[in-house]
Ligand binder design. Sequence first.
Ligand code: DGY
Length: 339
Amino acid sequence: MRKNIVAFRRLNEEQLAQLRQHHDVDFFEHHEDADSPAFHAALAKAHGLITAGLKVTPQLISNAPHLETIASISVGYDNYPLATLNERNILLCNTPDVLTETTADTGFLLIMATARRAVELADWVKDGQWKSSIGPDLFGSDVHGKTLGMVGFGRIGAAIARRGSLGFGMQIRYTMASPKPELEKELGALRLPLEDLLATSDFVCVSVPLNRDTEKLIDSAALELMKPNGILINISRGKVIDEQALIEALNTGKIGAAGLDVFEQEPLPAESPLPHMPNVVALPHIGSATRETRAAMAQRAVDNMLLALAGNDPISSVNPEVLTRRVKWSPEFGPGAKL
Ligand code: DGY
């Protein structure tokens, strides 16, 4: 049966055609479209919603009474009201795996750029300041052989640690609720409480999902524990770090530098001092932003949507348990049977 899909951003013509072969699709290409009456009218009849970068509120869900499935073009799902979706038995699909290596590349880019002061020194050259060879005041620090502390050791965290261990001979520490014996064996990684990891790592790399437990996990007390030359990297979500405390720690030299791909508020407000600080490398949330990976993420969202709307298990979902709770018509068990 053909259903109605609202697709919000990032799909190419081929992916739209795949959806249109089976369903009716309203496509909204631009961020501003989320405020348009046409978008809300389409949502009111939608069974499926494919989105990237849309803040989905309980209000938006209540304006979409037929919604069965959301396919997010992201691995993170902090933009969705999970409790509301569970209440309504709306399936939420995401895109793990396809972005792991690209996001780990971004993490390592930030490690290298902060340690070697790459952005600061490139700006210095651009400003015409390169008149003679640089002195110790502009030296960076080594990456190889240093200690890399991973706050979170999921797929992306492990991929960053693998680059550090195998490519740069770094010692890997990690903090995680449960141990990862296979990664400990593969990378010689040592599991530590957060406080010990912060105190002993040259690089602290944050790679945890944002939730109630991780919001402001890295606060002023945590920053206080870091080495004075320690470098903080964040490729997860901005709200995992207390940004005001971080600015203070960078300004007062409590820590050496920060490499940030994510911020409390995105896009970063014009008044934020972070991009202007010499010891900060600030990127515009580009973790997965390569042509290849963004296309693969969009394709995963399309595949998830087509599978889910056809009544099959998607490739990846956040709340698969809603499927077992859905009340479906079944010729064998009669209307209203829980399958
Ligand atoms: C993700 O997939 O969660 C990335 O951070 C892009 O939003």
